[in-house]
Design a binder for this molecule. Sequence first.
Ligand code: NDP
Length: 327
Amino acid sequence: MRAIRATAAGGPEVLSLDDLPVPTPGPGEVLVDVAAAGVNFIDAYRRSGVYPVDYPHVVGFEGSGRVAALGDDVVGLAVGDRVAWSNAAGSYAERVLVAADEAVPVPDGVDDDVAAALLLQGLTAHYLATSTFPVEVGQDVLVHAGAGGVGLLLTQLAVARGARVITTVGSAQKEELSRAAGAADVIRYTELDDLTTELPARVRDLTGGAGVHTVFDGVGRSTFDASLASLRPRGGLALFGAASGPVPPVDPQRLNAAGSLYLTRPTLGHYVATRAELVRRADDLWDAVRAGTLDVRIGATFALADAADAHRALEGRATTGKVLLHP
Ligand code: NDP
């Protein structure tokens, strides 16, 4: 089978299309024919060495497809079932092994591309808006990278929960998409001379001087200081990613000085800690898609062989919504 491997830590050029043997499912695993693989920032962190892995590393953790074979002791799944997953190593491939516990059944009415597009970023948006800092009616919320994969979904979920959402975006086209997702105000942060002072000032203007209740920040290094400065007293900052690079160490006194703030660095695994929690969150997402209340934007689709181009586009801020690979 064809698969994309990172041969060493490095840029997109280390991604190579290789022929690998089809794996055999062990106990508790299923073999899946991949219909679509999701491209995520974490794939780039593992490729580049920001997150340590052993090389060669078959890239990718997310996808959708059909169960092709069952290992021993698998219950509740059958050959031919449609499933999606957000945590199966080696998903940039024609076939992948998925732990049965991680394989989420995909209902009719959700196609393979939407299923692959929704799971990782959708589960992330879901836990951020419902569990990390549950968004409440009437709150002001700031979402960075509002036209990104997580950003578009998170904006929709926060608006559905009754918040007024302010987003940041890097271009006019992204502004349009973010507004269509429900953002009440959109700030083009790339046009600010000094993001760290001007962004909080804009946010305070938009909130009657108060600042927002919550900031959801997946951009990291370049936005972190502005995020803290945009919060009202006792507000919360969910730093959930590092698209612009990791945030340097933080002195906890800063949280005191800025208004008894809350800072957390959440990660998906802790919010889909059990099979029941994973399926509950996924079911909420499938239901919203089928009801037409959650729009899943697939911004770009690449052939498996072009995975390096997909990484270049994602890391180069050239994408909106979800990026997929088709094996
Ligand atoms: P996006 O589609 O949001 O892409 C990243 C966006 O970040 C870009 O499009 C760009 O939007 C913005 N950005 C700002 N500065 C930079 C920069 N220097 N380089 C690249 N991009 C930049 O990606 P995802 O939705 O896949 O992921 C968003 C974040 O969420 C990532 O940090 C990712 O690691 C994180 N994440 C965290 C999870 C968790 O559980 N903790 C799970 C899933 C994702 P613009 O041009 O508008 O600024």
